[in-house]
Design a protein around this ligand. Structure first.
Ligand SMILES: *Cc1c(COP(=O)(O)O)cnc(C)c1O
Length: 396
């Protein structure tokens, strides 16, 4: 299949068609290459491959044809020159930091990031002489004030989890570049179907493919997307050497996920908006957090920056923890779990789970109240999702 004439294809077409070069077998589906090494025709060819004079496969820690299809397809969808697939979202973030930072460097990060990312930064990167400062995602003066001469990286997730705050990617990219730093965006919640940070000036996109890219809760994986030097050379070099690479089977599952990504993200967003509007009308609900609602503080920015508002909705029920737990325990359809990005809707009480180790004051500062609930809206009928929540709300 020629890839040369694909430049004009729409997103949905590219998500299905790019990356796969049919082998001599003429297969229609993407093949899974289960091999750890690759064979050379001669000693001369082996030498040329190892020296880099000849492109091609050597060993599956370096490259694998199935993984490469996923990498090329995701690079295309994010609008990046290069993509490297990783064993998990966390190894994507680790490889990005190892490829770009050294002792003495400084990161400015949003406070509202995935819990394991905070631990990676605070407990492990600091051991290697990298310092991290945290600021509120939407407080631009705080970002500027936190930058030091040694700052090499700004790190964000937008919309944030679980409060769904939205950062202005273009402003943060400009700020990073004015100080010779990179803007790294964890694009897990939107995926390139809804938001393409590289087009807005970000330098690197990282993914937990585990979430919406898979979309059906089957495999752990991740990816880093960016330019040919930053990602194609430097991040790839870490992966090739240190080895948290993606398995070909997982790459194949994620390829199947990408084929339906556009459809699913539209459907997650439609369901989430309908649920958020329904929640806003419930008397037991004090506040709803969803960038697609006109009441959201960054609604205008989200509407500009994203093509839809995504699948995460949060809300405060009146009556604190007891009321919130009552809503959770009354559900029969929603899964009580912290995962997200699945076709199955999930419900989480952050104050006693994901944010349970914070002190009540820290939780208050983070905006996580005792009655706060987060829903990762799946693809069930939204009427059933609302009915499942109504059962608990009506008892309050
Ligand atoms: C899950 C998640 C990660 C980590 O990904 P894993 O695949 O679990 O390693 C990173 N960032 C965000 C926003 C996530 O939701």
């Amino acid at each position: 299949m020629s890839e040369r004439d694909s430049d004009d294809w729409a997103f949905a077409t590219r998500a299905i068609r790019t990356g796969h070069q049919r082998t001599m077998e003429g297969e229609h589906g993407e093949p899974i290459f289960t091999t750890s090494s690759f064979v050379f025709d001669s000693a001369r060819e082996a030498a040329a491959r190892f020296s880099g004079d000849q492109a091609g496969n050597i060993y599956a820690r370096f490259t694998n044809p199935t993984v490469r299809i996923f990498e090329q397809r995701l690079a295309d969808l994010e609008g990046g020159e290069s993509c490297v697939a990783t064993a998990s979202g966390m190894s994507a973030i680790l490889a990005t930091c190892m490829g770009q930072l050294q002792a003495g460097d400084h990161i400015v990060s949003s406070r509202s990031i995935f819990g394991s990312t905070t631990i990676l930064f605070n407990k492990y990167l600091t051991r290697f002489g990298i310092e991290v400062s945290y600021v509120d995602l939407v407080d631009m003066p705080a970002w500027e004030a936190a930058i030091r001469p040694e700052t090499r990286m700004l790190f964000i997730e937008t919309p944030s989890n679980p409060l769904t705050e939205v950062a202005d990617i273009r402003l943060l990219a400009d700020l990073a570049h004015a100080h010779d730093a990179l803007l790294v965006v964890d694009n897990c919640f939107c995926t390139p179907a809804l938001q393409r940070p590289l087009e807005l000036g970000a330098d690197v996109v990282v993914h937990s493919a585990t979430k919406f890219l898979d979309g059906q809760g089957r495999c752990i994986g991740g990816a880093v997307v960016g330019d040919a030097n930053t990602v194609g050379e430097e991040v790839y070099g870490v992966l090739r050497t240190a080895g948290p690479t993606m398995s070909p089977f997982n790459a194949w599952v994620f390829l199947k996920g990408l084929e339906t990504l556009d459809l699913r993200m539209q459907a997650h967003s439609r369901n989430a908006l309908a649920l958020a509007e329904w929640l806003e009308a419930q008397p037991q609900v004090a506040r709803v957090y969803y960038p697609g609602l006109a009441s959201h503080p960054q609604h205008a920015l989200a509407s500009r920056q994203q093509s839809a508002a995504g699948g995460i909705v949060a809300f405060d029920v009146k009556g604190g923890q007891q009321a919130a737990w009552g809503v959770v325990d009354a559900t029969e359809l929603l899964s009580i779990t912290a995962n997200l990005g699945d076709v199955k809707s999930t419900i989480t009480h952050p104050a006693t789970t994901t944010h349970g180790r914070l002190s009540p004051e820290e939780r208050q500062a983070a905006g996580i109240g005792e009655g706060f609930l987060r829903i990762a809206v799946g693809l069930e009928s939204v009427d059933d999702i609302c009915a499942d929540l109504a059962r608990g709300l009506e008892r309050l």
